[in-house]
Design a protein. Structure first.
Ligand SMILES: [Zn+2]
Length: 478
């Protein structure tokens, strides 16, 4: 949306703002809008402006707002956390200047379902479109946005970010797809949280009810309960946003919801009841009265069981819906998203994705080579699994979590790179601190930084953090 003097709702939007240091900013495109404010690009590279909104009107500057923004800088936010904070407070309007890379877009823009986009040329999609146009649009949209792999990676990084805020005692309060940004280019997956206005210690946030319509926790929305923001309400908003961005559907809009819309003829009231938890969630395993028929079946196949379990623990009335302490924590979400991400395999023919070690695509029946890596703990139990499609010459980075286990501070760290060459498998160690030995069936164990074998299976013996040796099996399934 471009900025005009006459705003969309008939009130004046500023075209220019001045900060406390007398720097002038020309407002350009609006890049995000929530209930409490809007964010604009400015003529200055990498600087954006947040303006506070109340009842769809821009709020004038006040000492209270200024103190609130400036006090954010005093919170114990880890220095390496990608979260934007106020650089300078504005003079006339309640708002501030913050830093945001130019090549980042909101999750809302990154994962929105836009059926008008030009279709991807894909034989399988064309075939699906003749049977079910809606599913074809959903799949086309998913492929265009980088598929499940990009989606899980983006949400895993977000979960790590929120987990680290929770770790130091801070509640974010108003998580939504408008407040988290991702690299525009699909080559990168940098994730930033913006709009930290409500960030504070839980003892303070629990006195305020802040939410984005449709994704707030029921204890905040329900007037009779009227609790404030907590770690648990952050976890709820995260799960609700993830579900809605993935399925483009509200988690509580099923058959019962539709009936109520018709019977009561009062959408505001029915949506309020929905957000208070009056209807079961659409994939509830114990109550199917509000089931999501139609496209729901498709998503039940698309969402891996370990993530479906976390959604159920958040939304089921018997679990976390009314018992907030039972909701999965951000650390649990981050771990399960990483497990799912590492097991995601993309079919090179139809571009659709699946999980696990099968070499045949369940969507289009195409068979293709697969790399599987399994790390075992000392007592022989499976510790972590990775599966990835592979082509001759392709390089694949193997995350450090296969050796060290999942750590929110190590999500981008790589242990090995692996290449399938004309001579077989070539593995090269990239993490300096790892102590490793390689072995295949012919050779004994060899301590080296790289290893090549003509065998389709090789073993790596790794000494990661904490001196726990891991046996890692690498298999090429052709
Ligand atoms: Zn396929």
């Amino acid at each position: 949306m471009e900025i005009t003097e006459q705003g969309v709702d008939g009130f004046v939007q500023p075209t220019e703002c001045v900060d406390e240091f007398k720097h002038k900013y020309r407002l350009l495109k609006e890049i995000a809008r929530g209930g409490q404010g809007a964010v604009y690009r400015t003529h200055a590279p990498r600087l954006v402006i947040k303006l506070e909104l109340s009842d769809h009107r821009f709020v004038q500057a006040s000492k209270a707002a200024r103190d609130k923004y400036l006090s954010l800088r005093l919170l114990p936010i880890p220095k390496d956390l990608p979260i934007t904070l106020p650089l300078a407070v504005l003079e006339k309007y309640s708002g501030y200047v913050m830093r945001l890379m130019d090549d980042m877009i909101s999750f809302r823009d990154a994962f929105n379902c836009n059926g008008d986009d030009a279709p991807i040329e894909n034989e399988w999609l064309e075939n699906i479109a003749t049977q079910n146009q809606n599913i074809a649009i959903i799949c086309c949209n998913l492929i265009k946005h980088g598929g499940m792999r990009r989606f899980w990676q983006a949400y895993m990084k977000t979960a790590c970010l929120l987990a680290r805020l929770h770790e130091v005692g801070l509640v974010y309060c108003d998580f939504s797809a408008n407040n988290v940004f991702i690299s525009d280019s699909q080559e990168f997956c940098n994730v930033w949280l913006i709009d930290a206005d409500n960030l504070d210690f839980e003892e303070n946030t629990c006195q305020h009810r802040v939410w984005t319509p449709g994704i707030g926790a029921p204890e905040i929305i329900d007037e009779y309960v009227a609790k404030g923001c907590t770690f648990y309400s952050d976890c709820y908003a995260f799960a609700a946003t993830l579900f809605q961005q993935l399925t483009h559907h509200h988690p509580f809009e099923g058959e019962l919801f539709d009936e109520q819309v018709e019977e009561l003829d009062d959408i505001v009231q029915v949506e309020y009841l929905r957000d208070c938890g009056e209807y079961p969630w659409v994939f509830d395993t114990t109550d199917d009265s509000n089931i999501w028929s139609g496209d729901g079946d498709f998503y039940q196949n698309l969402i891996p069981p370990r993530l479906m379990a976390l959604l159920n623990e958040t939304f089921s009335a018997e679990e976390g819906l009314f018992h907030k302490q039972r909701r999965p924590s951000m650390a649990e979400w981050a771990y399960s998203l990483a497990r799912s991400l590492d097991e995601t395999v993309r079919c090179p023919k139809c571009q659709m994705e699946r999980y696990g070690k099968k070499t045949v695509c369940p969507w289009c029946d195409h068979e293709h080579p697969l790399l599987t890596i399994t790390s075992y703990s000392q007592n022989g139990e499976i510790w972590w699994q990775l599966a990835h499609e592979i082509e001759l010459g392709q390089n694949i980075s193997i995350p450090l979590r296969l050796v060290n286990g999942f750590k929110v501070r190590e999500i981008d760290e790589v242990a090995f790179t692996m290449q399938w060459t004309a001579n077989g498998i070539y593995i090269h160690k990239t993490k300096e601190s790892l102590s490793i030995e390689f072995a295949d069936r012919k050779m004994g164990r060899v301590a080296a930084s790289g290893f090549e074998t003509t065998e389709d299976t090789l073993y790596i013996y790794c000494l990661g953090n904490g001196n726990t040796a891991k046996r890692i099996e690498v298999r090429l399934i052709k």
